[in-house]
Ligand binder design. Structure first.
Ligand SMILES: Cc1cc2nc3c(=O)[nH]c(=O)nc-3n(C[C@H](O)[C@H](O)[C@H](O)COP(=O)(O)OP(=O)(O)OC[C@H]3O[C@@H](n4cnc5c(N)ncnc54)[C@H](O)[C@@H]3O)c2cc1C
Length: 402
């Protein structure tokens, strides 16, 4: 008899696993459980074109409505999984249903990190993770409104760019001394700070938020000992993995469900993929990635492994961010000790920063520079050794470096 697969989490990794399982010839029943009201959708546009109003809601969905029936995937929405009973191989749902499985995939993603400070629960304090979150924000995201954004990371800055475009009065509070400090090199932080200020965004670096105040709704942000008036607050201070189901049934999790390079947990019947996982990356260090690339690639590897075809996961991580008319594309994982090589001119709004480690290309950050990104990603995959002088020389075309 065909095996039964249950997938918990109807997001990017979950739907990829369904597609890949069918592609690998798995013919048994698949059930996917999601706690949101929607079938799997892409989140990146939520803080970009969708918030701007330039991306139709229907385009968010990763599959057409009829896909699920055709793929033989039962989709249970609006329902969260409550517990995993490993000995019986059963998933228990909050509505009391019990789903037996032969193989289980945990694709539960990550939830927003909540700011813990006085006034954090006041109406008007928003987060951005789901379609429902955007719907709530859209209702008040209007020209002339003062929006205080807590966190100068990707989400905060993408919302700042959309806010500035839509005529809101935008202030970004960042506790660190530069923007996107966890993710990009100082050259890029400075470049993006300049671009945001040019668009009228007020940046408050080195400024941690201490409290929100207001009468029945948020009206002020207290940060760095000062008070700032605000009509709306958007908090974007990172995410935490949804690992409680795994922890609850005794699977290892250290800030992410621990999986091997086939996306397997310590239980031979349970796999995990996407934002909720931690794995040993291609450089030999444990990492938890929060990006579409990892959700897709790790889910593909999980599906292969579930179909008893194993392939080691060692893809180069990549990521992108859209702010104004700037496309930032990053491949590889940078380290603070890398040697940085600038190629192109930030003033021309088209440049790249290469990260050299032991003489080899370890990562690339490209702004409006598709060839640098595309070929840079290949160089990272190959660990290609190139001198800083060659990389910086824009008279040498990128394709010549490959
Ligand atoms: C606003 C925004 C912008 C982004 N922009 C980019 C970008 O530009 N580039 C990029 O690479 N990445 C971006 N990301 C990150 C990217 O969307 C995630 O890395 C990706 O969605 C991870 O896929 P996943 O399947 O692991 O998790 P998700 O897509 O989050 O799916 C997990 C699902 O599981 C559900 N779930 C959790 N627990 C349970 C439970 N117990 N029972 C049932 N269901 C459960 C969750 O509610 C969720 O629906 C962005 C994310 C956000 C929020």
């Amino acid at each position: 008899m065909a095996e039964t697969i249950v997938i918990i989490g109807a997001g990017q990794a979950g739907i990829q696993a369904v597609e890949s399982l069918r592609k690998e010839g798995f013919t048994g029943p698949i059930t996917m459980v999601g706690d949101e009201a929607y079938a799997p959708y892409q989140r990146p546009p939520l803080s970009k074109a969708y918030l701007l109003g330039a991306f139709e809601r229907a385009r968010l969905f990763l599959k057409a409505d009829n896909y699920y029936a055709e793929a033989g995937c039962e989709l249970i929405l609006n329902t969260s999984a409550k517990a995993i009973h490993r000995a019986e191989r059963v998933v228990e749902l909050h509505d009391g249903r019990k789903l037996p499985y032969d193989k289980l995939l945990l694709a539960t993603g990550a939830r927003v990190r909540k700011l813990k400070c006085p006034g954090a629960d006041l109406p008007g304090v928003h987060y951005l993770k789901t379609i429902a979150d955007v719907d709530g924000l859209q209702a008040v995201f209007q020209a002339g409104k003062r929006i205080a954004i807590v966190g100068g990371g990707y989400i905060g800055l993408e919302v700042a760019a959309v806010g500035a475009k839509r005529g809101l009065d935008v202030t970004v509070f960042e506790a660190m001394d530069r923007l996107m400090a966890r993710a990009v090199s100082p050259v890029l932080s400075d470049f993006y700070a300049h671009e945001h200020e040019k668009a009228g965004v007020k940046l408050k670096l080195n400024t941690g938020v201490e409290a929100f105040e207001g009468n029945g709704k948020v009206e002020r942000v207290i940060a760095g000992g000062k008070s700032y008036d605000a009509d709306i607050v958007l908090v974007g201070i990172g995410v935490v993995p949804c690992d409680e189901l795994a922890v609850g049934c005794g699977l290892a999790s250290t800030d992410g469900i621990v999986v091997d390079q086939n996306a397997r947990t310590g239980d031979p019947h349970i796999w995990s993929a996407g934002d909720c996982t931690r794995h040993v990356g291609r450089e030999g260090h444990e990492i938890r990635l929060e990006c579409v690339q990892n959700a897709i690639d790790q889910a593909k590897h999980a599906a292969l492994s579930m179909a008893d075809k194993h392939k080691t996961y060692s893809e180069v991580p990549w990521f992108w961010s859209d702010q104004y008319d700037l496309k930032l594309q990053i491949a590889g994982l940078a380290r603070p000790t890398d040697t940085l090589v600038l190629r192109g001119d930030p003033a021309a709004r088209k440049f790249a920063v290469f990260h050299l480690r032991d003489g080899a290309v370890a990562a690339v950050e490209a702004v409006n520079a598709a060839p640098e990104y595309m070929i840079g990603k290949k160089l990272v995959a190959e660990g290609k050794k190139i001198t800083a002088e060659t990389l910086a020389d824009t008279s040498i075309p990128m394709k010549q470096m490959a």
